[in-house]
Write a protein that binds this ligand. Structure first.
Ligand code: NAD
Length: 370
């Protein structure tokens, strides 16, 4: 079986290498049991790259990232590197990857697996079965818009300002990602902005409406103000299928949505670039948690978010829906058996470690694959 799927693995710092080691076992299982092999390369990134090479990500690693089909990223950062100047911080690695690969669509699923329904701070009847996807524009908007700065006014006061701005193509390309995703899910998109008080919000709404009429009439489109969306996510989150929104609103709403599910150690994400002329698109997959320096090296980190990020990679970069589902089903089955890492364990329960969770996941993979 030729290994024609190129995969770049960047474990990073802290718990990154620990959870990635367990995910490597899942990748090996895929090769053994599903005859899916990858052409894998692995490299240093973040603090590990600073220590070894004096930079958070080398140009060679950047080139490998541009040449690969998909990137599986761990997490970067930690107190050891906190005092370095801004340009030398481990987080520069991820910023550089996002910028140079133009990864403009950040996908954050918020899924409540049945065995974890009690981990949410919301009532089980509100979150049971929750399965929504937030698509956040991630390279534009007010975090990047110009002019920005702090100026001194004639009366001696100072004024700080940023600019929210979106072009037609910036809105259309991220909305397209949302519509395409919805076609494979519940066929519903909610576009979120503040069209009532922001010109750029009104423009966002008009642009999404026109694109919908032109190319995606088979998908149901609704519009919602961002403040209402925040309220609705807590009141009745199951009303949503796919939410598409700007950088700043997506930043807030996706963090809010992640907490509906109860644990940081469970949540994967994807960031996608544009489809290139050769039909491929840059894509980076990573858990939403960081390097968790407080538990690094202790063997207690939950590896499931990293494994579920690999499941997303199979689904979105290689169209391997069945294999992605195998991993997700196995993760649910492990949790249904009562196995919990420390982040999920209820008080008084005995948690399992990272490797034991990996063992259990592989055993369930064997079982569900038959
Ligand atoms: P964090 O996500 O690393 O940790 C927050 C809390 O959640 C900690 O108590 C941690 O122990 C726990 N936690 C996180 N993941 C877990 C897992 N898989 N299993 C069990 N428990 C888990 O966030 P933080 O503490 O704010 O940041 C730590 C470092 O990570 C910082 O240097 C930050 O800059 C970096 N960071 C990196 C990324 C990234 O690489 N994309 C994202 C977020 C934070």
């Amino acid at each position: 079986m030729p290994a024609n799927k190129k995969l770049l693995i960047l474990p990073g710092d802290g718990i990154g290498p620990e959870v990635m080691a367990q995910t490597r076992r899942v990748i090996e299982w895929m090769a053994r049991r599903r005859m899916v092999s990858f052409d894998i390369s692995e490299d240093l990134v973040g603090g590990a790259a600073i220590d070894a090479r004096g930079t958070p990500i080398t140009d060679e690693t950047m080139q490998a990232a541009k040449d690969t089909d998909a990137i599986l990223f761990g997490s970067v950062g930690g107190p050891k590197w906190d005092k370095l100047g801004f340009d030398m911080r481990p987080e520069i690695a991820i910023l550089r990857l996002r910028k140079e690969l133009d990864l403009f669509a950040n996908l954050r699923p918020a899924t409540v697996l049945d065995p974890l329904v009690d981990a949410s701070t919301l009532k089980p009847e509100v979150v049971r079965g929750l399965d929504l996807m937030i698509v956040r524009e991630s390279t534009g908007g007010v975090y990047f818009g110009t002019p920005r700065g702090v100026e001194t006014l004639p009366d001696g006061q100072q004024r700080g300002f940023d600019t929210e701005s979106y072009t037609t193509s910036e809105i259309e390309r991220v909305a397209r990602v949302g519509f395409e995703l919805a076609r494979k899910r519940g066929k519903r998109v909610t576009s979120v902005e503040k069209a009532n008080v922001m010109q750029s919000g009104l423009f966002w709404r008009q642009t999404v409406t026109a694109l919908h009429a032109r190319d995606y009439a088979d998908v149901q489109l609704s519009h919602m103000y961002a403040d209402n969306c925040a309220m609705q996510l807590v009141r009745n989150p199951r009303q949503f299928d796919v939410i598409v929104t700007s950088n700043i609103f997506g930043d807030l709403l996706s963090d809010l949505a992640s907490m509906l599910t109860g644990s940081l150690g469970m949540l994967p994400s994807a960031t996608l670039g544009a489809v290139q002329p050769n039909g491929k698109r840059h894509a980076l997959y990573e858990p939403i948690h960081g390097s968790a320096p407080d538990i690094a090296g202790k063997g207690v980190a939950n590896p499931l978010a990293q494994m579920l990020s690999f499941a997303m990679l199979l689904r979105y970069s290689f169209d391997m829906e069945e294999d992605a589902r195998l991993i997700e089903t196995a993760a649910t089955a492990v949790l249904a058996k009562g196995l919990r890492t420390a982040d999920l364990a209820s008080p008084g329960a005995t948690p399992v470690g990272t490797v034991a969770m990996g063992d259990a996941l592989l055993a369930e993979l064997d079982r569900v694959a038959g």
